[in-house]
Design a binder for this molecule. Sequence first.
Ligand SMILES: NC(=O)c1ccc[n+]([C@@H]2O[C@H](COP(=O)([O-])OP(=O)(O)OC[C@H]3O[C@@H](n4cnc5c(N)ncnc54)[C@H](OP(=O)(O)O)[C@@H]3O)[C@@H](O)[C@H]2O)c1
Length: 487
Amino acid sequence: MPANPERTLLCGGLEISRLVCGLWQVADMEKNGQPLDPVRAADALEDYAKAGFDTFDMADHYGSAELITGRLLQRYAGANKRPVAFTKWCPEPDSMTAEVVRKGITERLERLGVSKVDLLQFHWWTFEHPAWLDALHEMAALRKEGLIASIGVTNFDAAHLALALADGIPIVSNQVSFSLIDRRAAGALSELCRLKNVTLLAYGTLCGGFLSEKWLGKPEPTEIRDWSRSKYKRFIDAAGGWQAFQCVLAAADRVARKHKVSIANVATRWVLDHEAVAACIIGARLGESEHRVDNLKVFSFALDAEDRALLADSFAGTKPVPGDCGDEYRKPPYLTASGDLSHHLSAIPSIFAGTPVPQRPGRQRVSSGSVWEPIAGYSRAVRVKNVIHVSGTTATHGANHCVAPGDAGAQTTYILDKIAAAIAALGGTMNDVVRTRIYLRDGAKWEPVSRAHGRVFGQVMPANTLIEAGNLIGDYEVEIEAEAIVD
Ligand SMILES: NC(=O)c1ccc[n+]([C@@H]2O[C@H](COP(=O)([O-])OP(=O)(O)OC[C@H]3O[C@@H](n4cnc5c(N)ncnc54)[C@H](OP(=O)(O)O)[C@@H]3O)[C@@H](O)[C@H]2O)c1
């Protein structure tokens, strides 16, 4: 058995352990308001680091995890090599000015006690609020300034990762749920990562510990206390329920016995073997439980074709987790530790805050604040009784930035978010859309546009027209208008 976990280089050139120590569990252990003893917790991290598990993942909201890691890093002051600290910034959607972003990143630097964050991963709650692009552009500027070594994102679906890359953000990684139970990341996201040289950092690989001998053949739990298992029990339910889960667990157990390793090892190996995956992040309950010796065995064996086939057969009894990566934070079914997030999402201010403007009884309009709206006399969208008409919408961000120049598919993703926000501001949803019209500059680019439209409207199926318009105004590849009828 190897003495240390395998290592790999993230695209930014950062060397990391392929088993990253995840510190969300710190927040769970501190949920009663009592922080962990920082010295003892840093001792525990030091034990991980000395055993080669020297890459740690945390976030702004993981209790005192950043402070504990900061304490660990202090112990390496003056050394030519120190542990690697990934963190996340998960701001509430609102205006992302340079000051707001600098403040968010500076707080990470201060809590970690470093002058540069190794990997700063960005999370955003709703793409209908477009300030996420401003935040990422500001992060790119702070990277140039030397405050961030590499930029990552977390819980981005393939379409929005593609959009961010097409708009020039130098993203090296996307942290997403990926396991024998949640296999979404193996699809479009992995293909995008392959094409664009972005890596995946997988979490949930052990479903909070459910993917282990401890749960093999056991009855379905009725009471779960820790956040991690609460979350992954929802994934198990969405993937077909406890019996379907037990079939996957039994298959993993057969493979594990054959190789004389654990079920956790098989679950981790299966995820690590995906080309896009740089590392698995395995949660650690510091000072409570510790699985390093077992987890190291991940590097002692290989899955063969028979093992893969056995696991694939067991998937047949499960259902795919709905949606794309990260959808669990943005739409039903909400598969998060706290469950339904609709109250959180509905409290997020709309980009059209301050509108709609009532015009006369039964008529309202929303404006995106473009200087041209009053000059040319038009609205982003108008609602007359229960019908919403959305103007031809282009991928204009802010005053005049054309998003993702030349990329018709990415522009379509951006446009449909804008249309969704306008319809929502007038009391409708994308499910109410009955017609879309797409104007394309270059008819040869129909396919990425059609696919982006299909991702949003695959179930709604509005009437649609796709036209090669040849001469769109400005640098835009595509312009889309929509109509919705609110029941
Ligand atoms: N970006 C995001 O939105 C997001 C979301 C969730 C998590 N994460 C990251 O991913 C990390 C992983 O956390 P997770 O919640 O996904 O949990 P996980 O890694 O799937 O499960 C961790 C749990 O598995 C058990 N375990 C670990 N090794 C084991 C082994 N060899 N055999 C048996 N059981 C083993 C331990 O349970 P016991 O301690 O009970 O033994 C441990 O607490 C987090 O700490 C965080 O850094 C990120």
